[in-house]
Design a protein. Structure first.
Length: 605
């Protein structure tokens, strides 16, 4: 796309030749073309389009025709959706983000339903007014459609299970305790209160007919049993009668392949056996549902006493069986989530409302991982709650990915804003330290080139932005600070410390930290004042590297910030997350004082 932009005949385009473009447009376009994320720029009154390679696949057959054309012309098929969004950003100067937005887009000659995650951010020109739009996004059509299909299938299968004409039950464990029984099964045995009871307790008349022994055999052997037109004596409504049943005992396992219980399907064929084929088809569906379960499942008494967890729970948490019964389950949650989870659970117990919550659950590794907890009560005919059934689903990776994506978006916005502010500060500083326009132009060009080299070390989202080899901490610091210091300015920074060779993975993190500190020092701190100085030093203490950043300024009093900005959070994330260290920040009247304690093993590895 960089080549296409250079070869494009801009003389006939309202944007004019690139050499006449404002610096704000050229800076934004440089960021756009260097990004590996799909990025586009809309510029001018009619929002003419510029974009990078990653974005070029989005307009499909409209590429490369779309280059330099008005947004309304390029996106005529979806302009009724995105047009007002673009116009609002231009009018208000406030950014906009959309998630899974449906855009009816023309592709291959036909209108297709597509879904997108995208953001629209204002780009301000030299006069401070909104001159263009910075747009990033990616398509989520396949994810949205797959999620919709899965939800529809789950709803369909659940409805079939409940409404199926065949009598169906699930017996748990070697004691053959009724865990689930659909209405047809309750009608077959003539009882309604069998859940939580063993077969010999719930239907005592079958114990002497050999069915308990048969269940024992199926459970122990793992071999299913199918009976056809078997005579069974049942006592229903006080009357003992013989019925003929087709039934299946199907052993089931949990997600880890451990024995769980027996799936029972029965059909009263005393009056008819014509439904046999349909019941076999239904059996296959039910077996597929039961054998696909790979979640943590738990159950409680009506008062909320936890008396059952499946093996998946114990495998996940690493807890001994029975150790989380009763109210001990709450101790498995992150301390910050316990009160919230317990309060919501008490509300569900009191009202019968479904339980639905996200919390952090302690994994067997000791890590707290995010899960979704759900529970539904079962009531008897009188409306009384007789049982609670719940599940826990690990969503940690999805949640962490979303948090990482959000941090990336915030960091990108932060970087773009910093570039414009930093460029303004450079122009001001260069003007004060040079005597002529030509000298100022040369000095400013040198600083911008140094800034470009330093910015390569802290690019967002690309693995190849890492250095190809290890670098010295001193060399890295000099390269990061070079854009901010030229000529007489070099005396404003002091660098002292032993020779430390940074590993490839830690170099980018350290570059990000130094770049953020230097940027803040130019905008708000000591480097923005004529007599300001920054003293950077490091020393080795055992396996630790102690690095200090100290700002000194006598001509002005620097006020402590009233809130923690994104830059501070970015530094904290890099130090604690990537380098495994800790950071202390102290604000003094002369400027910020920062101390980093970093593991040499992590830095040099």
């Amino acid at each position: 796309m960089g080549e296409l932009v250079r070869l494009f005949d801009w003389r006939t385009n309202p944007l004019g030749p690139p050499e006449s473009w404002p610096q704000s447009l050229r800076s934004a376009l440089s960021i756009c073309l260097s990004s590996s994320f799909p990025t586009a720029i809309y510029w001018g009154p009619d929002l003419r389009l510029l974009y990078n390679d990653a974005w070029s696949v989005i307009p499909a057959e409209r590429h490369p025709w779309a280059l330099g054309r008005p947004a309304k012309e390029v996106w005529s098929d979806i302009w009724h959706v995105v047009g007002p969004q673009f116009e609002n950003v231009v009018a208000t100067g406030e950014g906009f983000s959309a998630y899974d937005e449906m855009l009816p887009m023309m592709r291959g000659g036909s209108l297709q339903e597509t879904y997108w995650n995208y953001s629209i951010s204002p780009i301000r020109g030299e006069d401070g007014e909104v001159a263009g739009i910075f747009n990033q996004g990616n398509e989520t059509t396949q994810i949205v459609l797959a999620r919709r299909t899965a939800q529809q299938e789950i709803a369909r299968l659940s409805l079939m299970f409940e409404q199926a004409p065949g009598a169906t039950a699930i017996l748990r464990g070697p004691g053959h305790v009724f865990e689930i029984a659909n209405p047809a099964y309750l009608q077959l045995v003539g009882r309604k209160d069998i859940l939580g009871k063993s077969v010999d307790q719930a239907v005592p008349e079958v114990a002497s007919q050999g069915f308990i022994d048969l269940l024992d055999t199926v459970y122990q052997s793992g071999v299913p049993y199918a009976g056809r037109a078997i005579p069974v004596i049942l006592e229903r409504n006080g009357i003992r009668e013989q019925r003929h049943l087709d039934f299946v005992y199907q052993p089931i396992t949990d997600g880890a392949g451990e024995r769980y219980g027996i799936f029972v399907q029965a059909t009263d064929v005393t009056d008819t056996i014509q439904a046999v084929a349909a019941l076999r088809e239904s059996e296959q569906r039910y077996q597929a549902i039961v054998n696909s379960i790979d979640q943590m499942i738990w159950s409680t008494l009506p008062d909320g006493y936890h008396d059952y967890y499946n093996d998946r729970w114990y495998e996940y948490t690493g807890m001994p069986k029975g150790s989380t019964d009763g109210e001990a389950w709450n101790g498995m949650f992150h301390p910050d989530d316990q009160e919230r989870a317990w309060k919501l659970w008490r509300h569900s117990l009191a009202t019968g409302a479904p339980y639905h919550i996200e919390y952090r659950l302690r994994h067997r590794s000791g890590e707290y991982r995010w899960v979704i907890g759900r529970a539904q009560c079962i009531r008897n005919e009188a409306g009384e709650i007789i049982r609670w059934y719940g599940t826990c689903t690990d969503v940690h990776d999805l949640k962490m990915a979303e948090e990482a994506r959000q941090l990336l978006m915030e960091e990108l916005n932060h970087r773009v804003k910093n570039l414009f502010q930093l460029f303004s500060a450079m122009v001001s500083m260069t003007g004060r330290s040079t005597k002529s326009t030509a000298e100022m132009g040369t000095a400013l060009q040198e600083r911008l080139q140094a800034l470009s080299r330093a910015h390569d070390l802290v690019r967002i989202g690309r693995a190849d932005s890492m250095p190809a080899h290890s670098v010295l901490l001193l060399d890295l610091a000099e390269q990061i600070l070079a854009p901010h210091l030229s000529g007489a300015q070099h005396g404003k920074v002091s660098l002292t410390g032993p020779e430390i060779l940074l590993g490839e993975k830690s170099t980018s993190a350290m570059a990000l930290i130094l770049h953020e500190l230097a940027t803040n020092a130019i905008k708000y701190g000591a480097l923005g004042h004529a007599d300001g100085k920054v003293i950077i030093g490091w020393e080795i203490a055992g396996d630790l590297l102690i690095l200090t950043w100290s700002e000194r300024n006598s001509s002005a009093v620097l006020a402590k910030p009233t809130s923690t900005g994104f830059g501070s959070r970015l530094i904290k994330s890099a130090v604690e997350g990537q380098l495994g260290g800790k950071v202390d920040i102290v604000w003094e009247r002369s400027g910020v004082q920062l101390r980093l304690e970093l593991s040499r093993t992590r830095l040099c590895g």
